[in-house]
Design a protein around this ligand. Structure first.
Ligand code: IPM
Ligand code: MN
Length: 370
């Protein structure tokens, strides 16, 4: 079967890390058609939409997407950069990657943090954690108010803790945790642990303060755990978990948490094993998936071919897994491992001066020799 894969370079360093990934994909010789799509900042400027409808349509015709990076900017900055003819049209800018996750209901953001032996950046060598970040709701639900409409104030006027906020200048972001949303991400985490013979899943929330949202998440986890009693389940608070990840990261196999907590804790986890140059993510739903490096568009490095492409190459590895190409996926993983261990080719973040493409070529070469 010929796969159809949407390739979405984006902006900033996005196109160069995708170029690197394609060098590796060429070597892998997957039976696939790669279809490039428009996405990113320049399309916001020119068309008022960083994720044009034609790109969404293209994605719908593919099996999955490989995505580079896009700049996500605060609202005011984004408005200023619109083409003059689009100014004042009330166009709303929303982070395109967050939009993609919601549009395709990619509820599981899977973020492995694995230490490759010999990586000079490792904090410890025996770390292998996979973060399951809920990817469609929580504080990223996109239900926000500023200014807060009067009807919201009215609806809460008798609430004992809301009262003091009535009529004052304020902003609100809703943190929505649905039972279904919690169930599917927690189940995905346990399934992953089971399939990979892992020992523990840690549910990371904050139910002592966020009694209702985190409370529901943890209750759902306890229920699902009953189906996976061979796996140990720990419950921790997000603040303490940040500390414990620094203290003894080797203890944890899988972390599962809501959207913003997962955003933060996965960055922390990635820094334990080399930082964002190594961190890849799969945004996975029931019908589609988008694979990407966790790092952003890093505008100051754009065009310099300096950044480490391993994050994007690991995203390729996750994509191969998703497509069921286990043999190729494992071989690619070994190729990355070998290249890191040999240490002959290192990008600037690893203390070397190899370029983005040098690293990709080295990994492709190693792949061909395995
Ligand atoms: C990530 C990024 C995004 C997020 C940004 C770019 C909107 O930080 O993928 O972790 O917050 O999810
Ligand atoms: Mn992030």
């Amino acid at each position: 079967m010929t796969y159809k894969i949407a390739v979405l370079p984006g902006d900033g360093v996005g196109p160069e890390v995708i170029e690197a990934a394609m060098i590796v994909l060429d070597e892998i010789a997957l039976d696939a058609e790669y279809i490039y799509g428009d996405i990113g900042w320049e399309f916001w400027r020119k068309e008022g939409n960083p994720l044009p409808e034609r790109t969404v349509e293209l994605m719908k015709q593919t099996d999955c997407a490989l995505f580079g990076a896009i700049t996500s900017k605060p609202k005011d900055e984004a408005q200023k950069e619109l083409a003059p003819e689009l100014q004042g049209k009330g166009l709303e800018y929303y982070s395109p990657i967050v939009k993609l996750r919601q549009l395709f209901d990619l509820y599981a953001n899977v973020r492995p943090a694995k230490a490759y032996p010999g990586n000079p950046l490792n904090y410890k060598d025996n770390i292998n954690i996979t973060v399951f970040r809920e990817n469609t709701e929580g504080l990223y639900s996109g239900v926000e108010y500023y200014p807060v409409p009067e009807e919201i104030d009215n609806a809460f006027k008798d609430h004992p803790r809301y009262k003091k906020f009535i009529g004052i200048d304020k902003a609100i972001s809703l943190r929505i945790i649905s039972r279904k949303g919690a169930e599917r991400i927690i189940r995905a985490a346990f399934e992953f642990a089971k399939q990979n013979n892992l020992k523990n899943v840690t549910v990371v929330e904050k139910p002592n303060v966020l009694r209702e949202t985190s409370g529901l998440f943890v209750r759902v986890a306890r229920k699902i755990h009953e189906e996976y009693l061979d796996i140990e389940m720990w419950e921790t608070n997000i603040d303490a978990q940040a500390m414990w990840l620094v203290k003894n990261p080797e203890k944890y196999d899988v972390l599962v948490t809501s959207n913003l907590f997962g955003d933060i804790i996965s960055d922390l986890a990635s820094q334990l094993v080399g930082g964002l140059g190594f961190a890849a993510a799969g945004n996975i739903g029931d019908n589609y998936a988008v694979f990407e490096p966790v790092h952003g568009s890093a505008p100051k490095y754009a065009g310099l071919y300096k950044v480490n492409p391993i994050a994007t190459i690991r995203a390729v590895r996750m994509m191969l897994d998703y497509l069921g190409e286990k043999e190729k996926a494992n071989k690619l993983e070994r190729a990355i491992e070998e290249v890191v261990k040999e240490g002959k080719v290192r990008t600037y973040d690893m203390g070397g001066n190899a370029s983005t493409l040098d690293m990709a070529k080295e990994i492709a070469k190693k792949y061909s020799q395995l």
